[in-house]
Design a protein around this ligand. Structure first.
Ligand code: NDP
Length: 422
């Protein structure tokens, strides 16, 4: 959409006030999870001691800023240097124009892990202690970077004729900065949004997990089964996202949302710092699960993963190659818009069965932390809210896109996320 084609505007997130509220609350939660849950206590309710902790902690440090800039720069360099297939994204206009994206995220992760494990092998687990030491300044550095990046994207969206996101052109600066005004901000062929979606934050999450496992070894002289399970489960999720990197091109984030605070902060700060909470907790609070608990949680992880990957893969295959033998037999609705909506297989069970699988995995990541504190379970609670809200947003957009066809689909597939419940 160009600036001259604006339609009457419909706010999400309760408009500018809601957007400002999300900015404030996500900032507080990011720091709050550290100050309320660290080696001094988890949960720590004593406001005086939290306040003292804040006063004694260095919130900003230039070393951390340099480390973060090197991190981001190194991943950008790997994007540039490593070979990768150029894949077309979804059409961005009525003429069917598609942007090309270089897919080499998994290779980038392998290079990072190769050097990191080499570093640990040579200097021992204490080599990763800088992550522990600079944790809060690193949080600040990535926070500053994410805000600068989305502000740059917001301002540059006014220069020239840019492809704008329908949801980010309200005219209210706070709201548009939050949602993202430009749909595909790029520096040449380097797509900032798709790069940030799967690399600097997601790979940093795994790096943090490994650093926290190293910290457990440094502190306690051993690594627990719970830590191994958490690190492997998180890594599996990240590897899966990177191996199936091109699947991101059909997600709502890429096709619909601009690159504002919501995605910049979410990708660069929220994912690595809050998603690694279970590993950070286990680093100072070791938990031994034992064989049967371990087996039960691995089982849960596998069930969640099968639903998550099964559903996402099925839709992807059906949309890209409907004649493939694995999806050929599936029932669907042919919509007036041209696309087909699956009504059997995974997508016949619930309209967002993929979210259900993802949420089951969230439980499998939190349960290894045991029952000593509810804070490491933050992810399960937050993720339920995110997925329900995301489901509502997607429903609204699909209703708009498909109209009567969507009503027909909803009659055939009644449940939103959890069959029989919601
Ligand atoms: P989906 O992958 O569920 O895609 C929704 C879109 O799929 C709809 O807008 C519609 O788009 C199409 N669609 C809907 N129903 C059907 C159907 N029956 N048949 C075919 N196509 C259909 O959405 P998300 O991008 O939200 O999620 C992708 C994955 O990412 C999920 O597994 C989710 O759990 C995960 N995720 C993880 C997060 C995290 O922080 N860990 C955050 C957000 C998501 P159209 O028809 O226009 O193509």
């Amino acid at each position: 959409m160009t600036e001259t084609q604006r339609k009457p505007f419909k706010y999400e997130f309760f408009g500018p006030i809601g957007a400002a509220g999300v900015v404030l609350s996500t900032t507080l939660v990011s720091y709050g999870l550290y100050f309320m849950c660290n080696e001094n206590g988890c949960p720590s309710w004593n406001l005086m001691s939290i306040w003292n902790d804040i006063l004694q902690t260095k919130l900003f440090d230039w070393n951390a800023m340099v480390i973060y800039l090197c991190w981001f720069g190194m991943l950008a360099l790997l994007w540039f240097l490593l070979p990768g297939k150029w894949v077309p994204g979804s059409p961005i206009d009525e003429k069917g124009t598609r942007l090309l994206y270089k897919m080499n995220g998994f290779k980038s992760m392998l290079v990072i892990l190769f050097f990191m494990f080499g570093f640990i092998a040579v200097y021992g687990p204490q080599a990763m202690e800088f992550v522990w030491t600079y944790y809060v300044p690193l949080l600040t550095a990535s926070y500053i970077f994410s805000v600068v990046l989305c502000t740059y994207c917001y301002l540059s969206s006014f220069v020239g004729r840019k492809q704008l996101a329908k949801g980010g052109v309200s005219g209210n600066a706070i709201y548009d900065w939050y949602i993202g005004r430009e749909l595909n901000p790029r520096l040449g062929l380097f797509d900032l949004k798709v790069f940030c979606e799967l690399r600097p934050g997601l790979i940093l999450w795994v790096v943090f997990d490994i650093a926290f496992a190293c910290h457990q070894i440094v502190q306690f002289g051993r690594i627990t089964d719970s830590m191994v399970l958490v690190v492997l489960s998180h890594s599996w999720y990240v590897v899966d996202s990177l191996v199936n990197e091109s699947a991101v091109l059909t997600t709502m984030d890429v096709t619909t949302d601009g690159f504002g605070y919501m995605l910049s902060f979410g990708d660069l700060v929220w994912v690595p710092f809050t998603y690694s909470l279970q590993a950070r907790y286990l680093a100072f609070h070791p938990v031994d699960l034992g064989f049967w608990c371990l087996l039960g949680i691995v089982g849960l992880q596998l069930i969640g993963y099968s639903i998550f990957r099964g559903a996402n893969g099925q839709k992807n295959k059906f949309r890209t190659n409907p004649n493939d033998s694995s999806v050929q037999h599936l029932k669907y609705i042919q919509t007036k818009r041209g696309t087909k909506l699956l009504t059997s297989g995974w997508w016949g069970i619930a309209r967002h069965i993929n979210y259900f699988g993802d949420w089951i995995m969230a439980w499998a990541w939190c349960l290894p932390t045991g029952f000593g504190s509810f804070i490491p379970y933050f992810y399960v609670a937050y993720f339920a809210v995110l997925l329900i809200h995301r489901d509502m947003r997607d429903e609204e957009k699909c209703q708009e896109k498909y109209g009567e066809d969507w009503n027909r689909y909803c009659k055939l597939v009644k449940w939103h996320i959890v069959p029989g419940v919601y």
